[in-house]
Design a protein around this ligand. Structure first.
Ligand code: NAP
Length: 261
C-alpha cells in the first residue's frame, strides 16, 4: 500500500515510517526536510500522487493557540483538499487523549488540535483519528514547560503515558485498516501523577531541579483537572511500562522547540 506520512521525520513519524516500510508498504516521507510543506502546499500534490492513505503526524513549531491554530488549520485543510484531488481513501490524524476537554481553556495548544479534529470530521473524507496519551519521550518537555527559576511546578493530575514506539504501532495499525470514521484511544499500561513521574525521571537522570505539586499549575496553557488527561474505558492499552522503557535506554526527545501534548 502507498502511504504518505506527513511529519515523517518527527518523533513519531520516523518510527512510523520504519514500521510501515518493514511491513512492505511504499512509504512517502513528507516534511519540510524532504521538500513538502503541508502549510504552504509546496510539494504536496507530488507527495500524495498515488497514495491510498495519508497519515498526518506533523506538529506545530509554536505553542500559543493563534500560531498553532494557523498551522493546524491551514495544513489540515491543504491535506484534505490535496488528498481528495489525489484520490486518497483514508486520512489518519494523530492527536491527544482528552483534546476536546483540554480545548476549553482559551489560548492553549489543545484548542488548535480540537479545531484540526473538527475539520477532519466535518470534511466528508474517510478518516480515522488516533488519540494517544503523552509519550514517555515527552516527559522532559513537560518538566521544562513547568520550570521557572529552576523549580518545576506541576499539578497532581493523573496521566497514563506511553512509549513513542507504541504510538507508532497504534498509528500504523490504524493506517493499514479501513477508515473508522471516528476517534480511537491508546494509552500506556500504568497511571501516574504528573508531578510524581516527572520527579522520578529527573532523579533517574541526575537532574537536580526541585519538583513541587501546584494545584493551579497550567499544562501548556491549559487548566488541568485531576482526570482530564486520562483515556476512557475503551482505550487500547499499549504494552511498554515506563521502567522497562527507561531501563532499555529510552532517551528524552529534544526537538528544537518543545511541542505540547
Ligand atoms: N508529545 C506528546 O506526548 C503527544 C501525545 C499525543 C499526541 N501527540 C501528537 O503527535 C503528533 C506528532 O508529534 P511529534 O512529537 O512526533 O512531532 P515532532 O517530533 O515535533 O515532528 C513534527 C513533524 O512535523 C513536520 N512538520 C512541521 N511543520 C511542517 C510543515 N509545514 N509541513 C510538513 N511537515 C511539517 C516536521 O518536519 P519538518 O520540520 O522537516 O517540516 C516533523 O517531521 C502531534 O500532532 C502531537 O499533537 C503528541
Amino acid at each position: 500500500m502507498r502511504i504518505a506520512v506527513i511529519g515523517g521525520t518527527g518523533l513519531i513519524g520516523t518510527r512510523l515510517v520504519t514500521r510501515l516500510e518493514a511491513d512492505g508498504h511504499d512509504v512517502v516521507v513528507a516534511s519540510r526536510a524532504t521538500g513538502v510543506n503541508s502549510y504552504t502546499g509546496e510539494g504536496l500534490a507530488e507527495a500524495l500522487a498515488g497514495a491510498e492513505t495519508l497519515v498526518d503526524v506533523s506538529n506545530s513549531d509554536y505553542l500559543d493557540e493563534a500560531a498553532a491554530n494557523e498551522f493546524f488549520y491551514g495544513s489540515t485543510l491543504n491535506l484534505l483538499t490535496y488528498g481528495a484531488a489525489a484520490g486518497v481513501a483514508h486520512h489518519v490524524t494523530l492527536s491527544v487523549v482528552g483534546t476536546d476537554r483540554l480545548a476549553r481553556t482559551e489560548g492553549g495548544y489543545f484548542a488548535a488540535k480540537a479545531a484540526q479534529e473538527r475539520l477532519v470530521v466535518q470534511s466528508g473524507r474517510p478518516y480515522s483519528i488516533v488519540h494517544a496519551t503523552q509519550f514517555f519521550e515527552f516527559i522532559a518537555n513537560i518538566a521544562d514547560a513547568g520550570t521557572s527559576r529552576n523549580l518545576v511546578r506541576l499539578s497532581r493530575a493523573l496521566f497514563q503515558p506511553m512509549a513513542a514506539d507504541d504510538v507508532a504501532a497504534a498509528v500504523a495499525a490504524t493506517a493499514v485498516a479501513p477508515p473508522l470514521g471516528r476517534m480511537v484511544e491508546f494509552a500506556g499500561p500504568e497511571r501516574f501523577q504528573l508531578e510524581e513521574l516527572v520527579r522520578r525521571q529527573l532523579r533517574l537522570r541526575n537532574d537536580l531541579r526541585d519538583v513541587v505539586a501546584d494545584p493551579l499549575a497550567r499544562y501548556f496553557g491549559t487548566d488541568l483537572d485531576e482526570r482530564e488527561l486520562l483515556p476512557g474505558p475503551d482505550a487500547t492499552i499499549a504494552p511498554t511500562r515506563y521502567e522497562d522503557w527507561f531501563a532499555a535506554g529510552g532517551r528524552a526527545y529534544e526537538p528544537a522547540t518543545a511541542h505540547p501534548a
